[in-house]
Write a protein that binds this ligand. Structure first.
Ligand code: GP9
Ligand code: MN
Length: 616
């Protein structure tokens, strides 16, 4: 009788810990994460998905000695709670889930550290209260009563394993592509629960480096076939910028809504607003970056490949073979390629990746005179950055491709009084209010840069490509943005806010606004068209924006996309104009191509497939 009691006490205690963790998981999933609930099955999944694995993990405490190990149980509760809380804080900032690779590049993840306290809420304390109670309770109990019979242990683990299998089946019923679409993290977390999601994500991270070893040339041929299917229609603009130098400017965190936007009666980007009148201005180009932020935008522009779903390609695959813009330009017209950036050269692993991308020279922080007065936030301010760059630019061998990465307009958008050319906005969101001033500063820095290039006689032989690298106002501050723009928060507007400006300025060429829909991945093909370089065999997923089919979806890294009339996001289909939910059938015709493009691009990157296709 006493033995039986001991046996059940140990099991009950283990069940209790699993139960507490389950409750926390469910509460965080339902309240902390803004998971989109599309069907009753979603709720069932959220409630059940963690049960099996929580039982399994807590059951491991049976195997440390003869008795249930109190300290192991407490450690599991502590670690489980810590992971969930980490997830919650990360989600509050990024509206996304932590991935294993991002943990290795935390130095490059701007923003979170400075504002971690801001992300916390007093309510969070409830998540930790039980630790004290359970800790005290466990401490008081005598270990001798925790013995669990072998048979019971086996049953416990068998039941939990069965439940894990059932959960996975349920997840697969929800979506048969659950695992092949693991980039859709919301779907993963919804279907597997946050803790299982982490385990799967770690497994993916371990598997990724092995992929290179198991691919062969025939895998490369399959990708090649797909990439060469694209049309190569020519327009009258083919070659209008032939032989010109290329100056590419990455406008940090610049979203398209700032173009022609007034705040307190003043233009936020007066220079850009003027420039677009004499430029090709692409007004419907979407940010397609993921966790690699600026580096993801660079990747798309230089290689025409999609970023990875987790982590930055610059950090994860810097030694691959790439067929990048510097390589193409060198091959066709013997261009010299240089990158200019005021931050340290190791940020985003640029020092290594730029070699693979074919840059001849990288002017980084060490090449600039950086003082406390001329720096803010991540480093040298954009005005002195451009000013100091001109002398380097003048001395480059021509023709050249020069890439400039600006820095000042970066979260949390800090600016000194002397650099403030417009008053802050007046919304309830400080971040949005400040953003306007740093964008205005960026605009001024580009204006000065152009002026100087004109004075130095560099301007007229150059084609300029200016693009916003990614959002500045994340979803977390979306309300402030809607307040600024006087719009309601809905999917249609959120989608619009994902647009970044793309301006291609060819001196002497008449301006035109192009409303063709596209993404950052299309910038390269568009530029090559103007430079008169054929793009058929350039191994890229991009399309020339002058001829792009608007109904070819603009694919985002989480599997969402925008087609001509619809938006697919968080597993829901919406009308692009009014943001209203529509039957998912409208989005279904695009699913295959989206899945295929992401998969092929991942294969190329993880398998380093271009080494088979490109002659080095
Ligand atoms: C820093 C720059 C900005 O070098 O790339 O970082 P990000 O926008 O990627 O956070
Ligand atoms: Mn950036």
């Amino acid at each position: 009788m006493i033995d039986k009691l001991k046996n059940t006490t140990g099991v009950k205690l283990t069940l209790m810990i699993a139960g507490i963790l389950w409750l926390k998981t469910v509460v965080i999933s339902l309240v902390g994460f803004d998971l989109s609930i599309q069907s009753f099955l979603d709720i069932v999944l959220i409630l059940t998905s963690s049960v099996g694995s929580l039982l399994f993990v807590t059951g491991l405490s049976f195997y440390f000695g003869k008795k249930v190990n109190k300290s192991i149980l407490f450690a599991l509760l502590f670690i489980g709670t810590g992971i969930l809380y980490g997830d919650l804080l990360y989600y509050r900032f990024y509206i996304d889930f932590v991935t294993a690779p991002i943990l290795f590049q935390f130095d490059n993840v701007g923003g979170l550290s400075a504002s971690t306290v801001e992300l916390m809420s007093p309510w969070d304390a409830f998540l930790f209260l039980d630790l004290f109670i359970v800790g005290w309770f466990l401490f008081k109990m005598k270990s001798t009563i925790f013995t669990v019979k072998k048979q019971t242990k086996r049953k416990y683990l068998a039941v939990s394993s069965l439940l894990i299998v059932l959960t996975i089946c349920l997840g697969l019923i929800k979506s048969i592509h659950l695992f092949s679409e693991s980039y859709d993290r919301e779907q993963m977390v919804k279907s597997l629960g946050p803790l299982n999601y982490h385990l799967y994500d770690i497994a993916l991270g371990i598997n990724a480096p092995l992929q290179r070893l198991f691919v062969t040339e025939s895998d490369a041929v399959a990708s090649q076939k797909y990439l060469q299917q694209k049309d190569s229609e020519r327009t009258d603009l083919f070659g209008v910028a032939k032989g010109k130098n290329v100056v590419l400017i990455s406008m940090e965190s610049t979203q398209n809504f700032v173009i022609n936007q007034k705040v307190n009666g003043k233009e936020v980007t007066p220079f850009l607003n003027d420039l677009i009148k004499d430029s090709f201005y692409f007004s419907q180009v979407y940010d397609q970056t993921a966790q690699g932020k600026t580096s993801d935008a660079e990747l798309m522009i230089d290689t025409g490949l999609y970023p990875l779903a987790s982590g930055s390609v610059f950090v994860r695959r810097p030694e691959n073979t790439y067929y990048s813009l510097p390589h193409i330009l060198k091959e066709h017209k013997n261009y010299y390629a240089a990158a200019f950036h005021g931050n340290v050269r190791t940020f985003w692993n640029r020092d290594v990746m730029y070699d693979s991308l074919g840059y001849d020279k990288f002017f980084s922080k060490k090449d600039y005179k950086v003082t406390e007065e001329n720096s803010i936030n991540y480093g040298i301010k954009d005005i002195p950055f451009f000013q100091q760059s001109v002398k380097y630019l003048e001395n480059l061998p021509e023709p050249y491709y020069a890439k400039f990465l600006t820095l000042t307009n970066h979260f949390p958008f800090l600016l000194e009084e002397e650099d403030t050319f417009i008053d802050q906005a007046e919304t309830d969101e400080e971040v949005v209010n400040r953003y306007v001033t740093t964008v205005r500063y960026l605009d001024k820095s580009i204006e000065k840069f152009f002026k100087e290039l004109k004075e130095e006689g560099i301007y007229k032989d150059t084609v300029f490509v200016l693009y916003g690298d990614h959002y500045g106002i994340s979803e977390k501050y979306e309300k402030g943005l809607s307040e600024l723009l006087g719009e309601e928060v809905n999917i249609a507007n959120q989608t619009k806010h994902q647009q970044i400006p793309l301006i291609i300025h060819v001196p002497g060429q008449e301006g035109e606004t192009i409303t063709t829909q596209g993404g950052e991945i299309d910038i390269r093909a568009t530029l090559l068209h103007l430079l008169g370089i054929k793009t058929e065999s350039s191994y890229s997923f991009g399309h020339n924006l002058f001829t792009r089919d608007s109904d070819h979806p603009v694919v985002f890294r989480d599997g969402s996309f925008v087609s001509k009339d619809y938006v697919y996001k968080d597993n829901g289909c919406y009308d692009k104009e009014d943001g209203k939910t529509v039957n998912v059938q409208h989005c279904e015709p695009y699913f295959d191509v989206v899945r295929q493009e992401l998969k092929l691009s991942d294969n190329i990157i993880f398998g380093d497939l271009l080494r088979f296709m490109v002659e080095e």
